[in-house]
Design a protein around this ligand. Sequence first.
Ligand code: SAM
Length: 223
Amino acid sequence: MNYDQTLSRVETYFDKTALKTWERLTSKAPVSRIRQSVRRGRDEMRMKLISQLPKNLSGARVLDAGCGTGQLSEELALRGCRVVAADISPSLIQVARSRIPTHLQKNIEFVAGDMVSPELGNFDYVIAMDSLIYYNRTDLGSLLSELSSRTSKSIYFTIAPKTTLLMLMWYVGKLAPSGDRSPVMVPHSFKSICKELGTKLELTDLGIVNSGFYISHAIGCRK
Ligand SMILES: C[S@@+](CC[C@H](N)C(=O)[O-])C[C@H]1O[C@@H](n2cnc3c(N)ncnc32)[C@H](O)[C@@H]1O
């Protein structure tokens, strides 16, 4: 599947199919034990990524790439930077906008569109939490190269690690009937990402967060 096909699937999935589920998962509303475990893992990953950045970000411009409902954007705005919160799903952008407390609104520019759009401008930092997990290695490489050409300091992102379960899900997803338009997570290893990008970018392994039903691998990257 090429980049445009993946992006179109991601948009339909988050903007329509999974919108309500995603809205609830990222709220404080009661959820099943499985989703509680996902929430715990996601909270841990958000903190892991944000802890890589200086505590005081005033004056910095930071891209929350694939911001979803804006949980990370809010944390970033609390550190005093200007946040560009971009997501391909206009509905999620609307949710994010409605959730950000009024006093932080002035720090955040919400954009419904592709995170690599040159119109978003240049950044000091980029964080892409679980938003690159649907891209194959070549597309992931192009996305990161493009973002890094407009980022002066670092990019922090996550990949879906190559666990047995995620590999199984990936194979099942590949076999899914052609009518099923859900995006399929593509697992990667740190080694394979280094192979793709290691000559252009300096990559740091920041480790895996595993809360049982959430598993994701954090990576840091700079020129
Ligand atoms: C699993 S969600 C994570 C959302 C958010 N980062 C978080 O952790 O709460 C992935 C998000 O990435 C967005 N996304 C994926 N590819 C994108 C792209 N190329 N440009 C903008 N948004 C994208 C999706 O629409 C979705 O909201």
